[in-house]
Design a binder for this molecule. Structure first.
Ligand SMILES: [Fe+2]
Length: 229
């Protein structure tokens, strides 16, 4: 299978003080889910390049607050976070295989960043995107309205989808709901992507290069990623 449907409830729980961690996969990357209770801390992840995606609550980092719609990208050993008083926060931490650790770990703020058109070279309709990161770790946030449907397609690189709100059916894979994560290998065709009645709000992570959208009826899928993961 070249895709994974990952739900929090299916991960095995490991408890720490004020922390609950679930390991959802180690295939094509390591995905952990953390639930951090009021005033509890998460200090350090394993070595490697990690992308952190908050999905509820507010957390304090040394240099500010991180919440839904923001990201953190950097060296796992630099990661140090505390849930705000009276709040419980949840986040996903994804270790990106074969990606160099950035020179500087950074918080990427989503607030105030505009949603812009995503031009399709074949002039097919698309939905606006918010560009959160470019380069070897390319990240977009997008919202599909309920009446939009993306026909079968493929991407160049391994892609991870973090559903923030709403729901979406991915072809034969079934329906993904808020807080589910999907991973698909680059170069494999799938779809259609069909949002539920309330639409869907999600973060799309392309590991290795830009999010490139290829329609399967126009370009034959290579059945393999451009990256070596
Ligand atoms: Fe896609």
């Amino acid at each position: 299978m070249n895709w994974q449907k990952l739900s929090i409830a299916e991960g095995e729980e490991e408890f720490g003080e004020g922390l609950c961690c679930r390991r959802l996969t180690d295939k094509r990357g390591t995905l952990l889910h953390y639930k951090i209770s009021s005033d509890s801390e998460l200090r350090g992840l394993e070595a490697g390049c990690w992308l952190v995606v908050p999905i509820s609550g507010n957390c304090e980092l040394k240099d500010g607050i991180i919440t839904v719609g923001d990201l953190w990208l950097g060296s796992g050993t630099d990661f140090d976070i505390r849930a705000q008083t009276g709040d419980t926060a949840e986040l996903f931490a994804l270790r990106l295989n074969k990606i160099d650790i950035p020179e500087k770990s950074q918080t990427i703020s989503g607030a105030g960043r505009p949603f812009v058109d995503y031009p399709d070279p074949n002039d097919r309709p698309t939905q606006p995107v918010q560009v959160l990161s470019e380069g070897s770790v390319s990240v977009l946030r997008t919202r599909f309205s309920p009446d939009f449907c993306a026909a079968e397609h493929w991407h160049d690189f391994d892609t991870w989808y973090f559903i923030l709100a709403g729901s979406m059916r991915f072809g034969e894979e079934g329906i993904y709901n808020a807080k589910d994560v999907r991973q698909v290998e680059g170069g494999f065709s799938y779809g259609p992507e069909d949002p539920g009645p309330e639409g869907v709000d999600f973060i799309l992570v392309s590991v290795g290069g830009p999010v490139a959208l290829h329609w399967s009826d126009l370009e034959t899928p290579p059945n393999g990623s451009l990256t070596v993961v």
